[in-house]
Design a protein around this ligand. Structure first.
Ligand code: HPA
Length: 269
């Protein structure tokens, strides 16, 4: 099934050598506009591909170029709160692996757990806490992709983080660095949870990314993760988060994120 989807995508999009894939988070599809010589296919037209259902998430796979680098862009992701089995996310990552992807960039909108990280902040993810209670690797292990008990040490590849920090500095762009905690959702957190998560050592909270990173780390992809802080998490200041606010703030940060990632992708190793 994975091979069939990958072959279809290769043929349909004339994909040849996509080193990098990028998953665009809520309100962050602006990046796709930067791609040149684009071709796209709707998820629903790819055999055996899952469907995403959230507004702000489009549901298409785009292949294009940034400079001379071929990139696969997933415009629309699969959230566990939609009811997808966690293994569905591993399947999507395995399809990317079959396409030849070696490096995965994951972006998301997230709530801030620290008053020092205001909305609008771009945060490089240095590590995560899987608080979702789910794991994409549950079930029979396919040893062709990776081991039964994979390490998650340095899942967010240190040299990619270093490169990203250097580019941000050059662009005079403020880039925080912190720990992302995933909840299953779909409700926003209670203020008690927000206080607890901050004390657990997390800096941002969201409902995605971690399953993708676990599956990608399992199959030895290099990973870069960036959160756009779209709001203070509930009760951190006197506030109530909303999906609308998330989309609006993500949209405002989109240009900065795009500039950072464009240089990241085209820049020399
Ligand atoms: N909580 C969880 N997920 C989120 C948030 C939040 O406050 N903001 C954006 N995604």
């Amino acid at each position: 099934m994975i091979k069939k989807a990958a072959d279809f995508i290769k043929q349909k999009l004339k994909s040849e050598n996509p080193d990098t894939a990028i998953i665009l988070g809520s309100g962050l599809s602006g990046f796709a506009a930067m791609l040149k010589n684009k071709s796209a296919v709707a998820y629903k037209d790819i055999p055996d591909f899952p469907q995403s259902t959230v507004s702000g998430h489009k549901g298409e796979l785009i292949r294009g170029f940034i400079g001379d680098k071929e990139v696969i862009c997933l415009n629309g992701r699969f959230h566990l709160y939609e009811g997808h089995e966690p293994s569905v996310i591993a399947k999507v990552i395995h399809i990317l692996k079959e396409l030849g992807v070696k490096r995965l960039i994951v972006t998301n909108a997230a709530g801030s757990l620290q008053t020092t990280l205001p909305p609008g902040t771009l945060m490089l993810i240095k590590d995560h806490i899987n608080f979702s209670g789910k794991n994409p690797l549950v079930g029979k292990n396919d040893d062709n992709y990776g081991p039964r008990f994979p390490s998650m040490n340095n899942a967010y590849t240190p040299k990619l983080r270093q490169k990203c920090r250097e580019i941000a500095q050059k662009q005079q762009l403020e880039l925080a660095e912190g720990v992302y905690l995933m909840v299953l959702g779909p409700n926003f957190e209670t203020s008690a949870e927000v206080r607890a998560f901050g004390r657990l050592g997390a800096d941002a909270v969201g409902m995605s990314t971690v399953p993708e990173v676990i599956a990608a780390a399992h199959c030895s992809m290099e990973i870069l993760g960036i959160s756009v802080i779209t709001n203070y998490a509930a009760g951190l200041v006197d506030n109530t988060p909303s999906h609308q606010e998330t989309l609006e703030e993500a949209d405002k940060a989109s240009a900065r994120l795009t500039a950072l990632l464009t240089e990241f992708i085209t820049g020399e190793e």
